[in-house]
Design a protein around this ligand. Structure first.
Ligand SMILES: Nc1ncnc2c1ncn2[C@@H]1O[C@H](COP(=O)(O)OP(=O)(O)OP(=O)(O)O)[C@@H](O)[C@H]1O
Length: 308
């Protein structure tokens, strides 16, 4: 659905996007992660045909940004990180105004606007003035506006920035829904953990260079040097730790309060020996689970040393 090859943009000596190659299918929700100024907006604007690249190719649903920009714009909904809203309009008027620019006319216009308001859970504010919406509500109206022409591809630049935790969760739920609707979504963020449970793929960019592009599960796996297992026993945790330490597959054991953190040797994946050894030795096992790596840890580990 989105295919870029060595997409490149330079500003003087600065290479804002350096040979970005991407391949996203229908239903992919691609988390585009990177610090400020790393090239996320530049890349998305090139895909949206709003910024001409200096080099490289980009196809959306098989259409080239060079030869079919108008068709691409019909297929793409782009939500910039900052967008203005007009003060003296109600929510519905605002959406109808943009629907008109997409040539959605007649009774269809009101219907489409109301549908999108439902989708972003803002129907209850249809008659409120746009100027009186909270930031999270404004973001949701922005998303409704991006969805008006029912684009197959969505490019969302930091849709959750500046939102409180509840509004962030709501945006995440919405992203999930868009993936389920088989849209192809690119969503940028520099806040890493918030994307992990909605994205199917993750791209990590720094200084214009895509350092990692993989499935979320793959990213987690790649970033993990060795497995860590958290163990809780009812009594005598120090004695349990000493017992675990003796096992040949265990690299290191440390105590985190009452919790025993067991680091396994590299490439050891089967840790079923741990509960067995503890139970055989008479310990009452009360907790046992593998440490989860979040995207933030993954990003730090995977990009370490790759950029200066
Ligand atoms: N019009 C421009 N002229 C010169 N430099 C630019 C221009 N637009 C962007 N840049 C530079 O290109 C680099 C990439 O910017 P971009 O906006 O793509 O980053 P970003 O990853 O979206 O950042 P943020 O998370 O802050 O939005 C930055 O160093 C930025 O200063």
């Amino acid at each position: 659905m989105i295919e870029t090859r060595q997409l490149t943009k330079r500003y003087g000596n600065l290479i804002a996007a350096n040979e970005i190659t991407l391949n996203l299918k229908e239903g992919d929700v691609f988390g585009f992660i990177g610090p400020n100024g790393s090239g996320k907006t530049t890349t998305m604007r090139m895909i949206a045909t709003l910024l001409p690249p200096d080099y490289g190719e980009c196809y959306v649903n098989g259409k080239s940004i060079y030869t079919n920009p108008a068709e691409i714009r019909r297929m793409v909904g782009y939500m910039p990180d900052l967008f203005g809203v007009y003060d003296d309009m109600t929510v519905l008027e605002y959406l109808e105004f943009f629907a008109a620019t997409y040539r959605i006319n007649g009774p269809q216009r009101r219907k489409v606007c109301e549908e999108k308001l439902e989708l972003v859970d803002m129907a209850f504010k249809r008659d409120a003035m746009v100027s009186q919406l909270s930031r999270g509500q404004t973001q949701r109206i922005g998303l409704a506006r991006t969805l008006l022409h029912d684009p197959q591809v969505l490019l969302l630049d930091e849709p959750a920035s500046g939102l409180d935790p509840r509004a962030r969760i709501e945006i995440r739920e919405l992203l999930k829904r868009l993936g389920e609707m088989k849209k192809t979504v690119i969503v940028s963020s520099h806040i890493l953990p918030e994307l992990s449970d909605v994205c199917t793929r993750v791209g990590m960019i720094e200084k214009g260079i895509m350092l990692v592009d993989a499935d979320v599960t793959e990213v987690m796996k790649m970033s993990r040097e060795s497995l860590i297992v958290h163990v809780h026993v009812k009594e005598r945790p120090e004695a349990a730790a000493a017992l675990i330490q003796q096992h040949g597959d265990v690299e290191n054991v440390s105590m985190q309060g009452p919790r025993i953190d067991v680091t396994l040797r590299k490439s050891v994946e089967d840790y079923s020996f741990l509960p067995k050894a503890l139970i055989d030795a008479g310990f009452a096992l009360t907790g046992f689970h593998e440490e989860e790596i979040n995207l933030e840890t993954a990003f730090m580990r995977l990009t370490k040393g790759k950029q200066q």
